[in-house]
Design a protein around this ligand. Structure first.
Ligand SMILES: [Zn+2]
Length: 216
């Protein structure tokens, strides 16, 4: 049986490294430079998997790949090792957001759980974005306000350019100057979370944002 060990954002990261190598190849850089680019990519990828077995380490090694077709097949092959987003039901989502009895729910049957770091959907009727993520083994959810303005900018979660909007959420932390109020945090985030999930390469911002919002 295949032991799944790669997360969506990790596969995205590997794809990004492959794109860098392919870019160097098309620019016809000297062989020693290309070797250095590949070595660096391999080293960066390995740091993502500190617990990888020798077999897994060998699988992650990009040095043996040469052609576009080989890279393509390689990404395909790695996709078999993707850890899917945990199964979640509509009931569980409703329970997570008890204040929003009438909120619009995502069509879970249409969600590709393999290409998902975080589950998110917008309810534009309420100007809300809901984010669900498995944080340290526990499913957590937060709701954010979405500003109606959209523009092209850098998303804080995936760190890529795309259509973003300002999202803000009220945290559990009180304001230092005015303890009667809770501190709110926000940032520019992709409007389309499906696109964001295709581009996210690490969960640093996402987990910090969630922890701050939830006060943990
Ligand atoms: Zn994004």
């Amino acid at each position: 049986m295949i032991e799944k060990f790669i997360k969506n954002e990790q596969l995205n990261y590997i794809k990004k490294q492959i794109a860098l190598i392919k870019d160097s190849t098309t620019k016809n850089v000297p062989q020693n430079v290309l070797t250095a680019v590949i070595d660096l990519a391999n080293a960066k990828i390995l740091t993502l998997f500190p617990k990888a077995s020798l077999e897994q380490q060998a699988m992650l090694d990009l040095s043996k790949l040469k052609t576009d077709k080989e890279y393509e097949q390689y990404i395909q092959q790695l996709s078999d090792y993707l850890l899917p987003f945990p199964k979640i039901t509509e009931q569980q989502l409703k329970k997570m957001f008890p204040k929003h009895k009438k909120m619009k729910l995502p069509d879970l049957s249409n969600v590709d759980h393999n290409q998902l770091t975080y589950l998110s959907w917008n309810d534009l009727g309420y100007n809300k974005k809901f984010i669900v993520y498995e944080l340290e083994g526990k499913m957590v959810g937060i709701e954010c306000e979405i500003s109606p303005n959209r523009n092209k900018n850098l998303c804080s979660i995936c760190n890529s350019f795309g259509e973003v909007a300002y999202f803000s959420t009220v945290t559990k932390a009180r304001k230092s100057k005015n303890p009667d109020y809770y501190r709110s945090i926000g940032n520019l985030i992709c409007v389309d979370s499906c696109e964001c999930n295709k581009k996210i390469t690490n969960v640093e911002y996402l987990t910090t944002f969630l922890k701050d919002s939830l006060g943990i």
